[in-house]
Design a protein. Structure first.
Length: 450
């Protein structure tokens, strides 16, 4: 199945490469090297999954790459999202070739599958490569084990595309050495089509800023959404945001940048979807509490993706009308005054999966539970999950192992998601709630490595 998934990514990359052909920035060289000590891969790759900045702790809701440090060494890590593998594509082009208009040589790199608090190997990671002369027809993907690897590169044309795809794998010391006398150059897409990440920080931000980093963050979430375009990500730094937020039909991702931010609307709804938002509109890793009417309101056919949310202490959790039908997964909807879920018809077919909900769900869907999530201290707005293996304390920025209770929401999210950014040990499965999939998720049992 995993090889089939990579083939799907290769086909996607092929279409992208065809569209991007003609957008080239090049430099002649005899060898191409990258030890990943700088952001060279981000600028030189022909196409790639999202490079996730190191200063944003919570990983995105998509496959991503990040610069991984282990002591003095620094490599490039591949992380999946569900069954989608992260990918990186290079395009080597002959500039002057006395031996003919072809690309021949060796691509060398070091491959590792580390296991520590950042990356777990349960289940084991994987890395594949495939090559193409034109970006359209690709070789059969080949698996790369750990260690120093030499990949033979041969293309009858003056171009050779190399695709690396995988998860929980790190590459380092990449070097392409062409045959003697051949000069190659790197063809890149110049970052065309890369999504923008906009920052929101309620403590230090200003709505007159440009939002392009935390130092220039916006103060309010709505300002960032107003500025965002389809495909962009809005990251929200910790704090309490008293806003009535509308996603305005945009296919963007709205997520916490670190420990889950809190959304509240004492006079209405924290999140509203009125403009036909679809599954590409993603809201993830927030606590939604203290809303007078409801935490989330969906109308007019809106069907956004609501992932890893904790919705508690509102009049209602999620309210929907007018043909709306959000996709809810890995969430906790518990302790709302009137109802967790409210729809215009009593037998509405909710799309709620792998979530903890304190009411019966008509047409019950997969993986849901109805058990006390065992928040640490809801009276003082600490909605982390109790765990004897360890949990995060936001007030002191420390971890403690003093709990006797074990939350049923640990390792209870969608099995296809994997633990993503959760610290090890994490049981190999994502938690429910606002902290699931992030470094702030409570720890659980399970092997450190496998």
């Amino acid at each position: 199945m995993r090889v089939v998934n990579l083939v799907r990514y290769i086909l996607f990359a092929s279409v992208f490469l065809t569209l991007a052909a003609g957008s080239v920035r090049a430099q002649g060289l005899f060898e191409y090297t990258d030890d990943f000590s700088t952001e060279k891969a981000q600028s030189d790759s022909y196409s790639s999954s999202l490079f996730w900045p190191s200063d944003i702790n919570c990983p995105p809701a998509c496959p991503y790459l990040f610069y991984y440090s282990a002591g003095e060494a620094r490599g490039l890590a591949f992380m999946n999202y569900g069954e989608d593998l992260a990918q990186l594509v290079y395009n080597f082009v002959v500039s002057a070739a006395p031996v003919g208009p072809a690309v021949r040589g060796t691509l060398r790199l070091d491959v590792s599958f580390p296991c520590n608090t950042q990356i777990g190997q349960f289940p084991p990671g994987q890395l594949f490569y495939a090559t193409s002369a034109d970006g359209l027809t690709w070789s059969v993907p080949q698996s790369l084990p750990a260690g120093h690897q030499d990949i033979p590169i041969s293309s009858a044309k003056s171009t050779c595309y190399v695709l690396l795809g995988g998860t929980r794998a790190v590459i380092d010391n990449l070097r392409f050495s062409p045959v003697a006398g051949t000069t190659v150059r790197i063809s890149v897409n110049g970052g065309a089509g890369q999504p923008v990440i906009l920052h929101v920080d309620g403590h230090s931000g200003r709505d007159t800023n440009d939002g392009h980093n935390r130092a220039n963050a916006f103060a309010t979430i709505q300002t960032a959404i107003d500025m965002a375009e389809d495909g962009d990500t809005v990251v929200v730094w910790p704090g309490v945001y008293q806003e009535e937020i509308s996603l305005k039909g945009k296919a963007i991702t709205l997520q916490s940048a670190a420990d889950a931010a809190v959304l509240t609307a004492p006079n209405g709804y924290a999140l509203s979807f009125y403009d036909g938002e679809g599954s590409a509109t993603i809201v993830t890793n927030f606590v939604i509490a203290g809303c007078r009417i409801a935490g989330v309101f969906c109308h007019s056919g809106s069907s956004p993706t609501l992932r890893n949310l904790t919705i508690t202490g509102n009049q209602a959790g999620i309210v929907i009308y007018g043909g709306a039908n959000p996709y809810v997964v890995n969430s906790i909807i518990w302790g709302n005054a009137k109802a967790a879920l409210s729809a215009w018809t009593a037998n509405f077919n909710w799309r709620v999966y792998y979530s903890c909900v304190d009411q019966s769900i008509p047409n019950k869907t997969a993986g849901n539970i109805r058990l006390d999530p065992k928040f640490v201290d809801s009276a003082n707005a600490d909605y982390h999950l109790k765990s004897p293996w360890g949990r995060y304390v936001p007030w002191t920025d420390t971890w403690v192992t003093t709990d006797r209770d074990n939350s049923p929401c640990l390792d209870a999210g969608d099995p296809s998601d994997g633990p993503r950014g959760e610290r090890v040990p994490n049981g190999g499965r994502i938690d429910m709630g606002a902290y699931g999939g992030t470094p702030y998720a409570s720890l659980s049992s399970g092997p450190l490595c496998k």
